[in-house]
Design a protein around this ligand. Structure first.
Ligand SMILES: NC(=O)c1ccc[n+]([C@@H]2O[C@H](COP(=O)([O-])OP(=O)(O)OC[C@H]3O[C@@H](n4cnc5c(N)ncnc54)[C@H](OP(=O)(O)O)[C@@H]3O)[C@@H](O)[C@H]2O)c1
Length: 322
């Protein structure tokens, strides 16, 4: 499958490295708003074709999937551009800046019958099934609560601080904590309680979130862009608990007894970067003629965007284009 990378930023390079390590897909093309930048990216990352505009790459008939690697603020515009050219899309998280944009993009894809999915890589990884299988086995008893956190010192990334680029911790890293909760406990929440501390630029710098589920379970989450955290996802049951080490790219799952003894440790399979799983999911879905990936259905993408809208509304974090 020939993949075209739209936007030649940081994560685009990781995707190129991933594709270069795959036999089922290739880093075929890259598009940047600057031809010079696209050419330098192509040389450095072993990409066959370089385009000096997004439109030019989308006109290339050989591109079979477009990976959108621009800021969240631009996913709607760039997603619609790809779809208008009939190109299937793997769009980086957060899917868009808000739920209204997500709805507009999904509706447009449905109208044009073009495939689109959100590149929230944790949904596509083998660790997801490994965790679900352990829960289903009953080894931890009844699950009562989870906690998850993801924080990095990210203030050197300009887009994180800029409201016009939909900056803030929630859409960049908090989205992983919400997806972790959703994958483990589901989506039937009755209450969301939260607090955020804003940056000088008015976006959320660090956030604490509690999700209360209808069946009494709780998800306690925190995220931020000012400090690195240990990135654990912990699932607490009546017979023990499990630690998913690094909810952003789980490498190890540890099972503990109720009295805090490590019972066993499971490693995830070797991977290139971890992005290969979302690419393979797109390939499978496209081969089957589907318009979405079962790993991250459109309804789930929309629900997470709605949760993030509700959180930002509570905090008074509004982007200038909203
Ligand atoms: N899955 C993951 O683990 C992961 C990790 C990091 C980031 N991401 C996601 O990937 C996306 C990009 O993040 P990044 O860290 O790679 O960002 P980045 O380094 O800032 O790159 C974004 C690229 O978008 C393009 N762009 C188009 N319009 C732009 C505008 N108005 N302002 C700035 N850039 C614009 C630029 O490419 P050209 O100049 O070449 O056109 C730029 O290099 C975000 O949505 C982020 O959440 C995902």
């Amino acid at each position: 499958m020939k993949v075209g990378i739209l936007g030649a930023g940081r994560i685009a390079a990781t995707m190129a490295r991933t594709l270069n390590g795959m036999k089922e897909a290739e880093a075929y093309a890259v598009a940047s708003r600057s031809l010079e930048k696209a050419e330098a990216f192509a040389r450095a990352n072993h990409v066959e074709k370089a385009y000096g505009s997004y439109e030019e790459m989308l006109a290339d008939e050989e591109v079979e999937l477009v990976y959108i690697a621009t800021p969240h603020s631009h996913h709607l515009e760039h997603g619609k551009l790809c779809i208008s050219c009939g190109k299937p899309v793997l769009c980086e998280k957060s899917f868009t800046a808000n739920a209204a944009q997500a709805r507009e993009l999904l509706d447009y894809a449905a109208e044009k019958k073009v495939f689109i999915t959100e590149a929230i890589w944790t949904r596509y990884m083998p660790s997801r099934k490994m965790i679900n299988d352990i829960i289903a086995s009953g080894e931890l008893g009844d699950i009562k609560m989870i906690s998850a956190n993801l924080g990095y010192e990210l203030t050197d990334k300009e887009r994180m601080l800029r409201p016009e680029l939909a900056g803030g911790a929630l859409l960049d890293v908090g989205v992983y904590t919400l997806n972790f909760a959703s994958m483990v406990l589901g989506d039937d929440i009755v209450k969301m309680t939260s607090e955020c501390v804003k940056t000088d630029t008015g976006v959320d710098g660090q956030d604490a979130i509690i999700l209360t589920y209808r069946d009494g379970k709780l998800a306690v989450l925190h995220t931020g862009m000012w400090a690195d955290t240990e990135q654990y996802g912990i699932i607490y049951g009546t017979k023990g608990y499990m630690i998913a080490c690094n909810i952003n790219n789980i490498d190890t799952i540890q099972i503990y007894s109720p009295d805090r003894h490590l019972v066993r440790e499971i490693k995830v399979p070797e991977q290139i970067t971890g992005y290969e799983y979302e690419v393979l999911a797109c390939r499978r879905a496209l081969a089957a003629g589907k318009l979405e990936c079962e790993e991250m259905p459109h309804a789930e993408t929309l629900r997470i965007m709605e949760w993030m809208d509700a959180l930002r509304a509570d905090w008074g974090v509004k982007y200038p284009f909203e």
